[in-house]
Design a binder for this molecule. Structure first.
Ligand SMILES: [Zn+2]
Ligand SMILES: [Zn+2]
Length: 320
């Protein structure tokens, strides 16, 4: 599934990363790839060693400032430095999250054109860096829902056609705030069917637990029902990434407010089930939970908790 095979080179690690090595998955360690959103401050090549500091094997980054329109291309030397740092790290799955300003469903032609330009630049940066996936939020329809879905699909089609590459595009389920598209499995499936099959092959879905919960899917009382509907309407094989976030906002609130795992409205239970769920075992999982005062303490704590959940599940299924 991963586009790049990353070879571990422990001798190149920094001392502070080396002492965390015991927490990196080795042969036989269960439950696939796990990590967090990682800062690229100071340059994109700084992200992989930061991911090592929390023992991450999956990493999400922004390739630009997500709340600004300014775009840039990745310089060849920066791409080389990133690939080198990645190869030396324990990270084996990397995705970018696209800019918050992009609205591919906008009825305003100027804003939609600007969004398509920005989205294409996101794809080019992912290709230059050799990232496995780009996560993109469906847009806001503003006027008419069906028209908005059609505009969104058309913009994705144009962009994928014009930016060929290996990076998989993962459309993220939304919380359903305002006129945003894609807060139900049905609507996400509809959006995907509007993309020509030859391009849809390059696409998948990202599911964020906080969004799904805020959108009204009860992961607490109806865990099995939610996944059954996801499987029926989208297919588990379409899931390319899970964002593991608890929610400050209640079930069905349609608000996107992330919280530390176990400290929000979802609580620890569903995350334990997710970590023990064989169907989801091979899907990379990244945290987008509050970092707190530094970049490592909270993330380390969250990942430790998730690994403990996974270990428990593996024990019960007789694998360890
Ligand atoms: Zn997310
Ligand atoms: Zn979110």
């Amino acid at each position: 599934m991963a586009a790049l095979k990353k070879v571990k080179k422990p001798e190149a690690r920094k001392p502070e990363a080396r002492k965390l090595e015991a927490r990196k998955p080795e042969a036989g360690e269960p439950r696939g790839l796990l990590g967090a959103h990682i800062s690229t401050a100071g340059g994109v090549a700084n992200a992989p060693p930061r991911a090592d500091l929390i023992g991450a094997t999956a990493m999400q980054i922004f390739t630009k400032q997500p709340n600004r329109w300014a775009e840039h291309e990745i310089a060849p030397e920066d791409a080389a430095a990133f690939r080198d740092a990645l190869a030396k790290s324990g990270v084996r799955f990397t995705n970018a999250h696209d800019s918050y300003l992009i609205n591919l469903a906008s009825p305003d032609p100027a804003l939609r054109d600007k969004s398509i330009g920005s989205f294409r630049a996101e794809l080019r940066r992912c290709h230059a860096l050799g990232l496995d996936a780009l996560v993109s939020h469906p847009g806001n329809f503003m006027d008419d829902r069906a028209d908005g879905i059609a505009r969104n699909a058309d913009a994705i089609t144009q962009s994928l056609e014009q930016e060929p590459g290996v990076t998989r595009l993962l459309m993220e389920l939304t919380a359903g705030q305002g006129t945003v598209i894609g807060s139900t499995f049905e609507e996400m499936a509809l959006l995907l069917t509007k993309i020509p099959a030859r391009l849809r092959k390059r696409m998948g879905v990202c599911l964020d637990t906080a969004h799904v919960f805020a959108a009204g899917y009860d992961l607490i009382k109806d865990y099995d029902g939610v996944w059954a509907r996801c499987e029926d309407l989208l297919g588990i094989e379409r899931l390319g990434l899970l964002h593991l976030n608890d929610s400050k906002a209640p079930l069905g609130s349609k608000k996107d407010r992330h919280e530390l795992l176990g400290a929000g409205e979802i609580g620890a239970g569903p995350f334990e089930r997710i970590m023990r769920d064989q169907r989801l075992a091979n899907i990379p999982k990244v945290l987008e939970t509050p970092k707190g005062d530094d970049m490592v303490t909270n993330d380390r704590r969250m990942l430790k908790m998730l690994r403990a959940f996974a270990g428990k599940g593996a024990g019960e299924s007789g694998e360890r």
